[in-house]
Design a protein around this ligand. Structure first.
Ligand code: ADP
Length: 454
């Protein structure tokens, strides 16, 4: 792809004074780019080998608080360092910032130089390796939905997050005229990301005022996750550059639909789409049916990784295109899992459960793990559901609250085997802390409801 650079390309750009800054980043638990801005000369001469960061960065909450209860880092252990090891195959331009390139890092233990087990990139790499042992490669696409606002981030924060005005006045699903009005933000998003080496497919208006969707072409799972994190970051920065705000909060208003991140998945072997069997029903191979059976069976176990905050669960409501049931269907948007590309080489499963706040590394890792389990155990796929799945009383529910999802995660034998106890315990603590913080909050809703009438 144009936009991606080899290390030698980067060195030449630095010598030619085209690049003066390198963003050296890793992806944190929340899926955000985190790191340092290097003078490019220092990076190409020294820091390309490794740099360091405080180990609290994979154990903070979204506001950088330092909760207790993590085995990996604590006040008692003095919050030491991690190694940030640049993955030089991820160097790319950052075309929306002058003279800037970026590189993504793996996070390693300071003493052993082994991957930190709960680092999102390490978690995904482990599942990719497990899949490779079966001879398969996963290709994924994570759709990004978000809302754009008329005001800037600063204006919205200063107003106490009140009176937020979506950039459009009406539902703009597939609307070309309205999305033309948003091109000052959306066109640079597409073009800068493409110039950064991301295979951008398109953007479109979504089914709510101010709601947008960004589609990136499917890619091997690690690339897909890298693309997702970079794109999400770029959307916010480019909105900010234009005096606008963009939010990936799954539900910013109770009366507006939520934002999702659907994950399309297929498996490949030596360049062949092994989910496809032209002679089978729907064109679905046996491997695909086992993979999907695993995905569905273990979806309650891994829901936390698709919906990591209290707010994530506000999205799951019937009649909104956000699913509530862990069943599958053929091209039916009311089920948790949708078979797309029926009877074609592009046959794939789309998981519709994830919100726009998911961490793409974690989400893909747990779904690959569930698929592997389905394949290894040759799990039988139940028949497809049809009609309005919201009303299907027999279909099982997605965990409806963070509390419920946390308990399922904590008790998941499957995830403990696939990810390791240390990883499950780490994320269970993250989930508990999120709930504890919410339980301490006094919300606007409670005050308005009870202030006078209680
Ligand atoms: P929609 O009309 O629902 O947006 P698309 O055909 O545009 O559907 O595909 C949605 C996403 O699925 C795109 O990001 C695309 O790259 C991805 N996709 C297409 N084929 C595959 C595949 N075989 N495996 C994984 N993802 C795929």
């Amino acid at each position: 792809m144009p936009g991606t650079l080899t290390f030698d390309d980067l060195k030449s750009c630095v010598m030619d004074k085209l690049i003066d800054t390198v963003l050296v980043c890793f992806v944190d638990v929340q899926g955000r780019l985190t790191g340092k801005r290097f003078h490019a000369m220092n990076f190409v001469e020294n820091s390309f080998e490794e740099t360091h960061c405080c180990n609290y960065l994979l154990a903070t909450d979204i506001e950088m608080a330092t909760p207790d209860g993590y085995a990996s880092s604590s006040w008692e252990s003095g919050y030491g360092d991690y190694v940030m090891k640049p993955d030089l195959s991820t160097i790319r331009l950052v075309p929306w910032l002058e003279g800037t390139a970026m590189v993504l890092c793996d996070v390693l233990d300071h003493h052993t130089h082994q991957p930190v087990p709960h680092s999102p990139r390490a978690i995904l790499k482990k599942q990719i390796a497990q899949l490779a042992e079966l001879g398969f490669e996963a290709k994924m696409a994570t759709e990004l939905e978000f809302f754009l606002f008329e005001q800037s981030f600063d204006d919205i924060r200063k107003s106490g997050f009140r009176d937020m005005q979506p950039i459009s006045g009406y539902n703009e699903d597939y609307n070309i005229f309205q999305t033309t009005k948003e091109e000052e933000v959306m066109r640079p998003i597409r073009n800068h990301l493409f110039a950064a080496g991301l295979p951008i497919e398109n953007t479109k208006g979504e089914a709510e005022a101010g709601q947008e969707e960004l589609n990136i072409r499917y890619a091997p799972a690690l690339d897909c996750a890298d693309h997702h994190s970079i794109a999400k970051h770029a959307v916010k920065e480019i909105a900010w550059q234009n005096g606008r705000a963009a939010t990936f909060l799954p539900k910013w208003h109770k009366d507006r639909v939520g934002s999702s991140s659907h994950v399309h998945q297929s498996l490949w072997k030596n360049g062949d789409a092994i989910f496809f069997d032209p002679s089978a029903e729907h064109g679905m191979s046996k491997v695909m049916s086992h993979y999907m059976a695993g995905l569905i069976k273990y979806s309650p176990d891994y829901t936390y990784f698709l919906a990591p905050y209290v707010n994530s669960y506000k999205r799951f409501s019937k009649g909104t295109f956000a699913p509530t049931k862990t069943v599958w269907s053929v091209d039916n948007r009311t089920a948790g899992f949708r078979l797309c590309g029926e009877k074609t080489k592009g046959v794939r499963v789309e998981c519709r459960i994830g919100g726009s706040d998911l961490n793409p590394y974690l989400a893909q890792a747990v779904m690959i793990a569930a698929g592997i389990k389905g394949i290894k155990d040759k799990m039988e796929l139940s028949p497809a559901t049809t009609g309005d799945v919201y009303e299907d009383a027999k279909a099982s529910d997605i965990p409806q609250t963070l509390r419920k999802a946390t308990e399922t995660l904590r008790g998941s034998k499957f995830l403990r085997e696939a990810l390791g106890d240390d990883v499950v315990d780490h994320y269970t603590r993250a989930a508990e802390w999120e709930q504890e913080e919410f339980d301490r909050a006094v919300t606007d809703w409670e005050i308005a409801r009870g202030f006078e009438r209680a």
